[in-house]
Write a protein that binds this ligand. Structure first.
Ligand code: NAD
Length: 543
């Protein structure tokens, strides 16, 4: 029972630590990296508070070094998925009835633990398992998870405070209930924070969840699950079920109790899940809420008035940080002919300075791509460009999988603006460039708008304010996150709510009130203080 209207502490973004030489955070992290690299772990499923080992295991290895085995994880099959659904449904009534401030306290505690002693563990596991540099791990795994937990707590309280008006003699109220059934949270490999957010946003507002992490990020995601346990998350609220997509996904989709899907990953997988829900809708108890953030083909569009130095840095960082494996990564660039020579010179010089290697060596700016499948896919796109007479490769182009899955930062200049690498999501360190004629600005923005089915992130660079207005208007629907004179990556919770439209997703903006509302179902309550006791209306009399 709550006897007060509690105020959630006003959130502030978790400060990003520098890891500069001599800092205590660097020393602690280096210790954890050495320790974790030397130890192999066995990751179980976690269902209803029980650690379950199925014996059907897969290896976890560092993408940047085939010789570094981090351990094995157990995979769920149909039997374990059914067990997890039961465990979630068993936990539902107690969890939904828990006073909201106690639910929130668990996530605020998780954020505080992560801000302190858990920080190096979550960061080191992300660096080793997903090959992120320390800075990329810090902004993702440590800071963004803290931000999700603190900001979502605040947004939830704001939502609940939103109440209808009442007329005389009546008190109208709305309550924000969790959904009945369970939520299926399916996370991608590329952000530990997405794994940290997809199951917890629905859970915070009272839902119970099955969480399927991506196979290539089970290592760090298991530590996130442990963090939530350490913060006091009750058993059965979030059930951790790693495994192959179909083996976990199919029995979940078949369940009549599926109340929602919280997905981030590729467009093809999301569309297949949506299709399964559609095909079985007549067997479902509820209309599942389907929330998905999916692929992108994110652009930078430069105007002749662009600051060329700023454009070069944005293109380089936007395209190659985390090896281009961000859904928001710049992967196509439109540059006007007039500034192309100056841009090319500065940009190529910068990219050629990039050092690539293990994330445990802090001097590296880039490391390896996530796994063999990604390596082969990205390499195939580069080979296509090499074989096409209409393409010129001005940086990189080399791939080497002898030690780890390394792909050089590659820039393709395409004479055909519809060349395959200008249109399709590659999800690796490949930037495709189209040089347009200055006088064709309107046609070039229209081309940028219509070249891909996606609409996730996009950036424009210009100093001429009329040009900014014109380009922002022309590209209004081309991106859910739009940047003016900045790279299209690096959205921060509470500052740039993230998500895209068209084939990029349902645009429910992770880490925002919009997203939390999808996991709530409103009950409207009208209480009549003095109900009528005569059935006849006054108009029924005759004077
Ligand atoms: P993916 O689609 O291969 O996998 C995502 C998740 O879906 C994984 O957990 C995977 O195991 C699971 N999965 C696959 N098939 C399934 C099935 N049939 N049923 C249930 N689950 C299934 O994506 P990925 O390679 O992990 O991540 C890269 C993709 O994610 C890119 O397309 C990228 O653009 C996208 N992404 C988008 C955003 C965004 O906010 N829009 C953020 C991060 C990543």
């Amino acid at each position: 029972m709550s006897n007060a209207f509690f105020k959630v502490p006003t959130p502030v973004n978790e400060p990003v630590l520098s890891y500069a030489p001599g800092t205590p955070e660097k020393a602690t992290l280096k210790n954890w990296l050495a320790r974790m690299q030397a130890e192999e772990i066995e990751v179980p499923l976690f269902i209803g508070g029980e650690e379950i080992k199925t014996g059907n295991v897969a290896e976890m290895r560092a993408p940047h070094d085939h010789s570094v085995k981090l351990g094995v994880y157990h995979k769920a099959g149909e039997k374990e998925v059914k067990l997890a659904i039961e465990a979630a449904l068993d936990a539902r009534s107690d969890w939904a009835a828990m006073p909201w401030e106690h639910r929130v306290s668990i996530f605020l505690k998780a954020a505080d633990l992560l801000s302190g002693s858990w920080r190096p563990i979550i960061n080191a596991s992300t660096m080793l398992g997903q090959s992120k540099t320390v800075y990329q791990a810090e902004i993702d795994a440590a800071c963004e998870i803290c931000d999700f937990y603190r900001f979502n707590s605040h947004y939830m309280a704001d939502i609940m405070a939103d109440q209808p008006i009442s007329s005389p003699g009546v008190w109208n109220r709305v309550e924000y209930r969790p959904l009945e059934g369970f939520i299926f949270a399916v996370s991608p490999f590329n952000f530990t924070s997405i794994g940290g957010n997809l199951p917890t946003a629905p859970a915070m507002v009272g839902n119970v969840v099955l969480w399927k992490p991506a196979s290539s990020s089970v290592y760090s995601n298991w530590y996130v699950m442990q963090l939530l346990r350490a913060a006091g998350l009750p058993d059965g609220v979030i059930n951790f079920v790693p495994g192959s997509g179909r083996q976990v996904g199919d029995p979940v989709m078949a369940s009549p109790d599926l109340a929602g899907i919280h997905f981030t990953g590729s467009t093809a997988v999301f569309q297949s899940m949506w299709r399964s829900v559609g095909e079985t809708i007549h067997e479902k108890k509820y209309y599942p809420r389907i929330v998905g953030e999916t692929g992108g083909k994110d652009f930078i569009f430069a105007h002749p008035s662009a600051d060329v130095d700023a454009l070069a840095v944005a293109a380089m960082r936007g395209a190659f940080e985390y090896q281009g494996q961000k859904c928001s990564a710049a992967s196509r660039l439109y540059v006007p002919r007039s500034i192309w020579p100056e841009f090319k010179e500065k940009y190529v010089a910068m990219v050629n300075e990039i050092k690539m290697g293990s994330p445990t060596d802090f001097t590296n700016f880039m490391t390896a791509v996530i796994d063999r499948g990604a390596y082969e896919d990205i390499k195939a796109y580069i080979e296509k460009a090499k074989a096409d007479p209409g393409c010129e490769i001005i940086t990189g182009g080399g791939c080497d999988d002898s030690v780890g899955f390394f792909i050089e930062p590659t820039t393709i200049v395409a004479s055909d603006p519809k060349f395959v690498t200008m249109c399709e999501e590659i999800f690796g360190p490949v930037l495709s460039v189209y040089v347009y004629e200055d006088e064709d600005l309107a046609a070039a923005t229209s081309l940028c708008d219509s070249t891909s089915p996606y609409a996730l992130t996009g950036a424009i660079f210009a100093q001429d304010r009329y040009a900014i207005v014109e380009m922002a208007e022309a590209l209004r629907d081309a991106a859910g996150n739009f940047y003016i004179n900045d790279k299209p990556t690096g959205a921060v919770v509470g500052q740039q709510p993230f998500g895209g439209g068209r084939a990029s997703g349902t645009n429910d903006k992770a880490g925002s009130a919009t997203n939390l509302l999808r996991w709530m179902t409103v009950r409207t309550i009208k209480e009549n203080m003095v109900p009528p006791t005569d059935w006849r209306y006054p108009f029924m009399g005759e004077a």
